[in-house]
Design a protein around this ligand. Structure first.
Ligand code: ATP
Ligand code: ATP
Ligand code: MG
Ligand code: MG
Ligand code: MG
Ligand code: MG
Length: 278
């Protein structure tokens, strides 16, 4: 058939497999969200609706892709950890990266009206993505510690910066200048002395970011074998699509996807969840 004349172009598509046996971290970051957040009137320094929307998109991604075992989010970014033995799309880099980034973006747009009911999207937001391979548990611990430390540094800076602007009446240029060269202790002191704010009283979501994990939940006593459950009342035809199958009922009893705002730099979080680095 004539198509074979053209088929050679396929050979220009090169393989892009990700090294086996390594952890995959996919980090997604909003494109030009400095502008996007202004155009959509995000509350500064932290718009909670926007953070919740990011968390929602991250949870959706983890529901869809079971090999994602952990996610961490702050500001306009989310990092997703895929278990090192994942064989998702045969570990093809572009296929994994483009599918995860696209699905996350779609979820963000899909759920937008729920978190911003009075703010229509003025233009379509987009996210960039990258996949980084890490060889061992140590590097993964350091990766997530790096992101959470970044959350803290940015949040402390932004909190003082916006206090100077919103409560101190300074221009943004003046506020940047006032903060130039200051260390962490001085920022805490400025917040406390000038604005009577104790940094540690801020919501944990802002200080620690969002940690999303699949947690095992204990099954109720009588639900070990759902096959033994009495027949449910026969649903109306219109309701059938919404009734989960026995198999998915069983899955739901076993794991849930939880958003937490806890420390992931110390050992406690990881010691309680050894499966994350298995
Ligand atoms: P790039 O395309 O290079 O990522 P960017 O403008 O998105 O550029 P980032 O370093 O990713 O730059 O920073 C994201 C910016 O988005 C933050 O500095 C902040 O201004 C804004 N932003 C993101 N999320 C929120 C939020 N929940 N509340 C308030 N502002 C936010
Ligand atoms: P993959 O995720 O591997 O791409 P796929 O199901 O998307 O799997 P494709 O080879 O991309 O497979 O084919 C897309 C399929 O989507 C088509 O085979 C067709 O069934 C359907 N499809 C796409 N666009 C249309 C359209 N405009 N009208 C009808 N069917 C369509
Ligand atoms: Mg960026
Ligand atoms: Mg960004
Ligand atoms: Mg960012
Ligand atoms: Mg397709």
């Amino acid at each position: 058939m004539a198509n074979s004349k053209y088929a050679y172009v396929r050979n220009f598509e090169l393989l892009d497999p990700l090294l086996p046996g390594c952890f995959l971290v996919c980090r997604i970051d909003g494109h030009s969200f400095h502008r996007f957040s202004e155009e959509h009137a995000f509350t500064k320094p932290n718009d909670e609706r926007a953070l919740q929307l990011m968390d929602h998109a991250a949870k959706d991604l983890m529901s869809e892709f079971k090999d994602i075992v952990l996610a961490f989010g702050e500001s306009d970014e989310f990092s997703f950890l895929l278990r090192k033995s994942t064989n998702l799309y045969n570990r093809r880099n572009a296929k994994i990266l483009s599918t995860l980034t696209s699905y996350f973006t779609s979820c963000y747009v899909f759920h937008w009206p729920r978190y911003f009911p009075d703010t229509p999207l003025r233009y379509p937001p987009s996210f960039d993505g990258r996949i980084v391979l890490y060889p061992d548990e140590h590097a993964i611990r350091d990766y997530f510690a790096w992101r959470q430390a970044d959350t803290h540094i940015n949040n402390l800076y932004n909190t003082v910066f916006w206090a100077l602007v919103q409560q101190g009446g300074q221009t943004t240029t003046e506020a940047h200048a006032a903060l130039r060269g200051t260390v962490s202790a001085q920022k805490h002191e400025m917040l406390f002395q000038r604005f009577k704010m104790n940094y540690n009283d801020l919501p944990a979501r802002f200080r620690k970011g969002s940690v999303v994990v699949r947690e095992k939940v204990s099954e109720p006593e009588d639900a070990h074998d759902t096959d033994d459950l009495p027949e449910p009342i026969k649903p109306k035809t219109s309701e059938i699509a919404r009734i989960p199958s026995k198999a998915s009922q069983r899955d739901k009893l076993k794991t849930t996807i939880e958003v937490m705002h806890c420390d992931i730099i110390g050992d406690e979080f990881w010691d309680a969840r050894p499966h994350l680095l298995a």
